[in-house]
Design a protein around this ligand. Structure first.
Ligand SMILES: N[C@@H](CCC(=O)N[C@@H](CS)C(=O)NCC(=O)O)C(=O)O
Length: 230
């Protein structure tokens, strides 16, 4: 039976921008599982009985949170390619998750606010503006302006990732693991909502991200972008 993944979507349901949902979509593809992707607007999440997405339904099991979903999939489908490469890999992936949120999301999540807002349906825009302006303490335009000034700093902060990817094709080593999906989810978020160049062409991180987009028959690369959907 196919697994259902509920994914955050824009006004055009094909536009799937959530970094956390991308982690789950790539995880399901990594496991070689059949899955159906269901678009959900911000204001539709509560109707599902959850506060955030992604959420998966696998038969009678419902699992929320991208990291918990990956752990569930590795446990339930242990005979399929591992997402963590074992318990130590799961611990290390937790570090990568925290690092990504503190280093990458903290900047992109500010800089991209107006881009995210513009791809949402009107009722979602009102919700998004209200919740994000309360969270960041300023208008989404002002927070984004400050966030955009932090982008050069993001380039510097990516140095450990950059030098790692100079000597191995994936963060997971010779093959992609969940830790790769964690970081790639953040750059896919930017790629779907904005035409802005976040990773300079030829940078080892950009070369790795291109490799990530090509995985699973170009699953990430084929994603509808807000610009193409407009
Ligand atoms: N730790 C969670 C975070 C999930 C999360 O924050 N999802 C966002 C979308 S990227 C969400 O659903 N937000 C709903 C809201 O802000 O109302 C995970 O990894 O799944």
């Amino acid at each position: 039976m196919s697994i259902t993944v509920y994914e955050l979507a824009g006004a055009d349901g094909r536009v799937r921008f959530s970094p956390h949902c991308w982690k789950t979509v790539w995880s399901l593809a990594h496991k070689g599982l059949d899955f159906e992707r269901v678009p959900v607007p911000f204001t539709g999440i509560a109707e599902l009985g959850f506060k955030t997405l992604p959420v998966i339904r696998d038969g009678d099991r419902t699992v929320a949170d991208s990291f918990d979903i990956a752990a569930y999939l590795d446990d339930r489908y242990a005979d399929r390619p591992s997402l963590f490469g074992g318990e130590g890999g799961q611990g290390a992936a937790r570090f990568i998750e925290r690092w990504t949120i503190l280093t990458v999301h903290s900047i992109l999540g500010r800089a991209l606010l107006p881009d995210i807002n513009s791809c949402l349906a009107p009722q979602d825009q009102a919700y998004f503006r209200r919740t994000r302006e309360a969270r960041f303490g300023g208008t989404i335009e002002a927070v984004s302006e400050a966030g955009l000034k932090l982008l050069p700093g993001l380039h510097d902060a990516l140095a450990p990732l950059r030098i790692t990817l100079e000597t191995q094709p994936f963060i997971g080593g010779g093959r992609p693991l969940f830790c790769d999906y964690i970081v790639a989810g953040a750059f896919q978020w930017a790629r779907v909502v904005s035409a802005r160049e976040i990773l300079p062409v030829g940078d080892p991180v950009e070369v790795w991200f291109a490799r990530m987009l090509d995985l699973y028959e170009g699953l990430g690369r084929k994603a509808a972008t807000a610009a193409a959907a407009a």
